[in-house]
Design a protein around this ligand. Structure first.
Ligand code: GAL
Length: 411
């Protein structure tokens, strides 16, 4: 087909919104059991309003593949109605001038009053709302199988790094996998969020990952954090490489492993497997990071679509921000609501802890954006950090070389 004809077809599609008016197309990476169950809550909510949900799942934890698929769709002039996106990825897209303006709806519904400022930093661009935040996840969590810990003689929850290593050791010596892990860059970086926090605290974390201070990135504290990653490396099983995160969660769920360090989307897998907090599994902050929260919010960024599709898109944004939806969705997802006016009554003990931790960290100045999940630096630098962290985890460089490489990646 001649290029001009293609252009004509594309623009016609854009103008008429050829897909049925009352429908939305949503690009996301929620393909695990727990994630799909949570997304089902949103789909049903939309379908109950007569809106058809055109699903566009792009598997791949952490969303790298989804962002690649999005770039292809936008460059071909055919963006989806809405996309699951994280932090700086929203900001970067908003700068391209291809996202919709949600200010009318946000103003009518008072989003400015109920969404934490830490999230608004990413939901808005040039004073305009461009995304609807559905949750707040956090990455400095440890999930443990209670029966395995009992059998291994781990009777008290590790409160600091050294106690965590003792506990991992006991679990491994008792014949279980100490740390269930998937060897993928985004997962190695997710571990690193908590390891840097427990080693240097929030001030160091912000200096290194938000200000990208080379003296913090290439420092003795950063070397110590990498040394601790090497300690964790000795507790994973021999088949950890390229394992998907939810299969690592399954190892803890099934009692093959004692611990997993992972964001609280892992809790969605435990709930899907009908496991009960404090009975079957334990949730705790990465030892030594109690009081701190490294967060990442899943926001649905709305793209500019044809006039015919805007109605359904607005209904999607409205549904996402509905308080009762935010409770129903987050109870299943393992995250906590993005809105601060949602009661915690429907949440289990781990969910209630997550909500309390977030409020406390916000108040005490210990809430930081997750580097691993796009809330500290833009993707261009985040991916540079990923390369160093996963290279070091797989033994390609010493901790000193890794710290130096982090400073270089930030330039
Ligand atoms: C995070 C996202 C979560 C979950 C996780 C694993 O970035 O915020 O909702 O999808 O990746 O893929």
């Amino acid at each position: 087909m001649k290029r001009s004809l293609i252009a004509a077809v594309v623009s016609a599609t854009m103008a008429t919104g050829a897909v049925a008016a009352e429908s939305v197309e949503v690009l996301h990476w929620w393909t695990s059991g727990g994630e799909a169950a949570a997304l089902g809550v949103l789909k049903k909510d939309l379908e109950s309003q007569g809106i058809t949900w055109n699903d566009m799942p792009v598997a791949g934890g952490g969303g790298e593949a989804a962002m690649t698929a999005l770039r292809a769709r936008v460059t071909s002039g055919n963006p989806p109605s809405a996309v699951q996106a994280l932090g700086f990825d929203i900001t970067d897209w908003a700068k391209q001038g291809v996202v919709a303006n949600l200010n009318d709806l946000a103003g009518k519904e008072g989003w400015d009053k109920v969404v934490p400022t830490a999230l608004q930093k990413f939901s808005k661009h040039d004073g305009k709302w461009v995304a609807a935040p559905v949750n707040v996840h956090s990455t400095n969590w440890v999930w443990a199988n209670k029966a395995v810990l009992d059998k291994a003689g781990v009777n008290t929850m590790p409160q600091n790094w050294d106690e965590f290593i003792v506990a991992l050791d006991k679990v491994q010596k008792a014949g279980y996998v100490g740390l269930a892990h998937g060897g993928q860059a985004w997962q190695d970086a997710t571990l690193f969020d908590g390891v840097v926090l427990t080693t240097g605290g929030v001030d160091f974390y912000n200096k290194a990952f938000v200000q990208k201070d080379p003296k913090a990135l290439n420092s003795a504290t950063m070397v110590k954090a990498f040394d601790r990653m090497s300690q964790l490396r000795s507790y994973v099983d021999k088949d950890f490489s390229n394992r998907d995160w939810n299969l690592a969660s399954a190892m803890v769920i099934e009692g093959k492993a004692g611990f997993q360090i992972m964001g609280d989307w892992a809790k969605g897998e435990f709930l899907k497997a009908k496991k009960v907090p404090n009975k079957d599994f334990l949730c705790m902050r990465v030892p030594g990071t109690q009081g701190m929260v490294s967060f990442n919010s899943d926001q649905f960024m709305m793209f500019k679509v044809g006039a015919d599709s805007q109605g359904a898109q607005t209904k999607l944004a409205k549904a996402i921000m509905n308080p009762s939806f935010q409770s129903a969705f987050n109870v299943v997802k393992g995250s906590v609501p993005a809105r601060t006016d949602v009661p915690n009554t429907a949440f289990d003990d781990c969910g209630k802890k997550g909500m309390a931790d977030l409020a406390d960290a916000n108040k005490s100045g210990q809430l930081v954006g997750s580097m691993a999940h796009g809330h500290a630096v833009p993707a261009s630098i985040k991916n540079g950090f990923y390369d160093v962290i996963t290279g070091h985890f797989n033994g390609t460089m010493t901790s000193a070389a890794a710290a130096k490489a982090m400073a270089e990646a930030a330039e």
